[in-house]
Design a protein around this ligand. Structure first.
Ligand SMILES: *[C@@H]1O[C@H](CO)[C@@H](O)[C@H](O)[C@H]1NC(C)=O
Length: 453
C-alpha cells in the first residue's frame, strides 16, 4: 500500500510539474562570446529550469538531423550530465535555422520519403545523445516556401513525428520523446503557418515567440515584448503585443496548457534621430552593438545592466515593460517587474508555463547586475511559484561547512550521507548537492537509489 501511495505521489508530482513548465533555451553560438560572456552547457544551473532546449541543429542534404558546431556532441554530453544532478530535468534538441538563407525544412517536408528519413534519423540521433525530445524551430511554415502546401506539410511532419515517437517508445520500452515547436506570434504569420487544431494534439508544448514585436527596422521606437498595445499603436501595430498574440492562439483553439509564454532575456535597441526619447520617438536604425553580443539591434540583459547604470529608465505603464535611454541610444527590455506582470497574465490565462530565450543572455554568471547568477530566470522561477531549488550552493564560507566540501575531489555520482540515511549526496563538477529521499525511504548505495529500509 505504502509503495502504491509513493507511486501515486510520484505521479501526482509529475502531473503538477507538467502544468508548470519553465523551458529554457541555450544557444551553441554563445560559446564564441568574449570573456565572462562565453556560455556553454557547463554554465547551466541544473535546478533552474524544468526543460533545457539546445539550439541549434540543422537538417543536412540527405534530410537527416545533424549538428552544426564542431563541439556540439561534446556539449550534448555536458548537457545530458546535468540530468545526473537533477534527475527530473528534461533536455530537447532544437532543429531549424536556415541554409543559404532558406529553411532546411522546406525541402525535407515536401515528400513522404524524405520526412520518413528525417524522422528515423531524428529518433536515432536523439536517443544516441540522450535527449528527451525534439523542438521544431521552423520560422515559419509558408514563409518563402509555398504557403498553403507548407502549412499542410508541417501538420504531416508533426503528426508523423508524434506517431513515430510513440512507436519508438513502445518498441524500446522507453518514455516517449517529447515533441515541441517554436511558434510565431504575429497574427498574419500564425494564420499563414499553422493548422492549429490539427497540430496541437500532437505537440507536448508550443513556445510562442512573444518577442521581436518591434525593432530597429521600424522608423520609431517600440518595445520588443510589450504585454499590451500602446495608445500610439495604429493599424496592425495594435496586435504587436503578448495579449493580442496569445489571445489569437487561444481563439484558434490551442489548448492553454500547451502554450508557453516567451520571456526574452534581451532588449531591442534603436538609434534616436531627434531630441525625442519616448516611446514612438523617431529612430533610424539600431544603437551600437553590445560589447559581448556584438550584433547591432539587440543587447543581452547583462549588457543592459551596464547601460542602465548611467541611462534614464522609464516604465511604460500601458504596456507594463521598461525602456532605457542615454544619448542617442534607446532600448526596450524586460526586468524583474515586467516578468512579474507577464507571469500574472500567464497564470490568469492558465497557460502551461514559460519559455526563456535565452539562458546565455541573462546575467548567468552574476558578474554584471549585482543580483546573483541568472537574476531574470531565477525571478521567473520564483514568480511562477516553484519551490526553492534543492541545492546546497557551494560558495565562499568562513567557517567551512563539511557538507559543502563533501564533493571536493570526488568523481561525479551519488554517495551516501552517513550522518542521515534519509538523504544522499550528488557530486557534480566538484559541487555538492544534498537530496532527500521520499518520506519512509532511505538511500541505499547498493542500488544508488532510495528504497525501503
Ligand atoms: C487583451 O486581449 C483581449 C482578447 O483579444 C481583448 O478583449 C482585451 O481588450 C485586450 N486587453 C488590452 C488591454 O488590450
Amino acid at each position: 500500500m505504502a509503495r502504491l501511495l509513493t507511486a501515486l505521489g510520484v505521479l501526482l508530482t509529475l502531473h503538477m510539474a507538467s502544468s508548470n513548465k519553465l523551458v529554457c533555451h541555450m544557444t551553441n553560438w554563445a560559446q564564441y562570446r568574449p570573456s565572462v560572456a562565453k556560455f556553454t552547457a557547463d554554465n547551466i544551473d541544473p535546478f533552474l529550469c524544468t526543460h533545457v532546449i539546445y539550439a541549434l541543429a540543422t537538417i543536412n542534404s540527405f534530410n537527416q538531423l545533424s549538428p552544426i558546431e564542431w563541439n556540439d556532441e561534446q556539449q550534448y554530453q555536458r548537457l545530458s550530465s546535468l540530468k545526473s544532478v537533477n534527475p527530473v530535468l528534461k533536455t530537447l534538441l532544437s532543429v531549424g535555422g536556415t541554409v543559404n538563407g532558406v529553411s532546411p525544412f522546406i525541402a525535407m517536408v515536401a515528400k513522404p520519403e524524405s520526412r520518413a528519413v528525417f524522422i528515423k534519423s531524428a529518433i536515432s540521433f536523439l536517443r544516441t545523445h540522450n535527449f528527451d525530445g525534439l523542438n521544431l524551430a521552423w520560422e515559419y511554415p509558408g514563409h518563402n516556401g509555398s504557403p498553403q502546401e507548407d502549412k499542410e506539410r508541417f501538420t504531416l511532419l508533426v503528426t508523423e513525428l508524434s506517431v513515430a515517437f510513440e512507436e519508438d517508445a513502445r518498441e524500446n520500452r522507453k518514455t516517449p520523446l517529447l515533441l515541441s515547436a517554436n511558434v510565431a506570434s504575429f497574427r498574419p504569420t500564425i494564420d499563414r503557418a499553422y493548422e492549429v487544431n490539427k497540430i496541437s494534439p500532437y505537440l507536448d508544448f508550443m513556445n510562442v515567440m512573444t518577442y521581436d514585436f518591434h525593432g530597429h527596422w521600424e522608423p520609431a521606437t517600440g518595445h520588443n515584448s510589450p504585454l499590451y498595445p500602446s495608445s500610439a499603436d495604429s493599424g496592425s501595430h495594435s496586435h504587436h503585443n503578448i495579449n493580442s498574440s496569445v489571445s489569437h492562439w487561444l481563439s484558434l483553439g490551442a489548448p492553454a496548457e500547451k502554450l508557453l509564454l516567451g520571456f526574452p532575456t534581451y532588449g531591442r535597441t534603436y538609434h534616436l534621430s531627434s531630441a525625442a526619447t519616448g516611446l514612438g520617438a523617431p529612430a533610424n536604425g539600431p544603437a551600437e552593438a553590445g560589447p559581448y553580443t556584438r550584433t547591432a539591434g539587440f543587447w543581452a540583459f547583462y549588457e543592459i545592466c551596464d547601460f542602465t547604470s548611467s541611462a534614464t529608465v522609464e516604465w511604460i505603464s500601458e504596456q507594463e515593460v521598461p525602456y532605457a535611454t542615454y544619448g542617442s541610444s534607446w532600448v526596450g527590455y524586460d526586468d524583474k517587474r515586467s516578468y512579474s506582470s507577464k507571469v500574472q497574465w500567464m497564470t490568469a490565462h492558465n497557460l502551461g508555463g514559460a519559455h526563456v530565450w535565452t539562458l546565455d543572455m541573462d546575467d548567468f554568471g552574476g558578474s554584471f547586475c549585482s543580483a546573483g547568477p541568472y537574476p531574470l530566470v531565477n525571478h521567473l522561477r520564483m514568480s511562477m511559484g516553484f519551490p526553492p531549488k534543492p541545492t546546497t550552493t557551494p560558495g565562499p564560507t568562513t567557517t567551512r561547512d563539511p557538507m559543502v566540501d563533501f564533493c571536493r575531489g570526488r568523481p561525479d555520482g551519488l554517495y551516501e550521507n552517513l550522518a542521515d540515511k534519509t538523504t544522499y549526496f550528488q557530486c557534480f563538477q566538484g559541487n555538492t548537492y544534498l537530496h532527500r529521499c521520499q518520506p519512509g525511504l532511505i538511500y541505499w548505495d547498493s542500488c544508488k537509489c532510495c528504497n525501503w529500509p
